[in-house]
Design a protein around this ligand. Structure first.
Ligand SMILES: [Zn+2]
Length: 341
């Protein structure tokens, strides 16, 4: 009996010690990531890609004080967070419009029924992100020779590994018409990433994958004129320009949160074009702000006359009359606010 009590106490103490160790690891990890992230200069922070999972093996999974998150330990003494299995199975995003037999499951969702703007958290405290593949972009999102090109083409050599962009669950993994071998991953934030023309799919529908995990090999299956990755990002079936979220030059995630607007689902809504529009809109807002700042009012006091007010503010009676839609003969009531500029 005594032996049992002692061993129970030992296990209890060891558990506390271990939990603390994991906790301090967590703090260290978050600090490192924060120092790695760069400010975009525009909105939110850029996120550097996480390491790929090609060479390492998982040796243990540990629980954390947050029941939704566990820690994966690898055989090279590194680790990363993982969304706990119970939590994954519980999430409606992996139950709603879930069909592993066809790529197209949101046929009943009308584009116009979606909100004007949807904030989408691209990375959470798990901080998991990896580009799918980096290389020369051979075709961008947008109209192409009378067809709609709903993704981005990136050149590659057949057999190049393709990686999961975020953690998520494989919804579709097999050959599908002109897409060739296609892997679709649904992510916790509701986005789906589509990877087409693969020479090989390395995952099966229903598998849970983590960012940076190899999900297939690049190729030229389906309607394709040479080896490349056709990469799409969709939200409730609607595609938008993948360059909105990933900077394919650096491999970084452009920001931690995306404000996905309904107009982004248009095949003509290219990220670069949109960026220019936004700069133009910012200039316009700045001009309006300056104009608003320049407006000045005068509160009419006893003895005030329009000519005296005009002199005081270095303007003319006519100008004040115009701004306030009054005549020079209008009697000024005490306390009235007159716009003078
Ligand atoms: Zn393509």
């Amino acid at each position: 009996m005594l032996k049992y009590i002692i061993s129970t106490i030992f296990v209890f103490v060891a558990t506390i010690a271990f939990a603390q160790e994991v906790d301090s690891l967590a703090i260290e990890r978050i600090d490192t990531l924060q120092s790695e992230t760069k400010v975009d200069g525009c909105k939110g922070e850029r996120v550097a890609p996480i390491r790929t999972l090609g060479q390492v093996a998982v040796i243990d999974t540990l629980s954390t004080p947050n029941s939704a998150i566990s820690v994966l330990l690898f055989n090279d003494n590194t680790w990363r967070y993982l969304l706990a299995e119970d939590f994954r199975n519980d999430t409606t995003v992996f139950n709603d419009h879930w069909d592993t037999s066809t790529p197209y499951v949101f046929g009943d969702v009308d584009q116009n029924s979606l909100p004007e703007a949807t904030p989408i958290r691209l990375v959470d405290s798990l901080k998991s992100y990896h580009y799918p593949h980096l290389g020369v972009i051979t075709s961008r999102y947008g109209p192409r020779k009378g067809r709609q090109h709903q993704g981005l083409d990136i050149a590659l050599k057949t057999g190049t590994p393709i990686y999961a962009t975020f953690d998520g669950k494989v919804r579709f993994s097999k050959s599908s018409g002109h897409y060739g071998n296609l892997v679709i991953i649904r992510h916790c934030n509701g986005l789906e990433t589509w990877h087409a023309h693969l020479s090989e799919c390395s995952v099966e529908a229903g598998d849970w994958v983590v960012a940076g995990q190899q999900i297939g090999l690049g190729g030229s299956t389906g309607r394709s004129t040479g080896p490349h990755l056709h990469f799409e990002v969709r939200y409730r079936g609607q595609s938008f320009d993948p360059e909105r979220i990933i900077d394919f030059k650096t491999g970084e995630l452009r920001r931690e949160e995306l404000l996905l607007k309904r107009r982004h689902f248009s095949i003509y809504a290219k990220y670069e074009q949109d960026f220019e529009d936004e700069i133009e809109a910012e200039k316009q807002e700045e001009a309006e702000r300056k104009a608003a700042e320049a407006i000045q009012y005068h509160t009419v006091r006893s003895g005030d006359t329009l000519s005296a007010i005009a002199r005081k503010y270095g303007t003319t009676v006519n100008k004040i009359c115009q701004l306030n839609n009054i005549k020079s003969t209008t009697i000024l009531s005490l306390g009235k606010k007159l716009r003078v500029r």
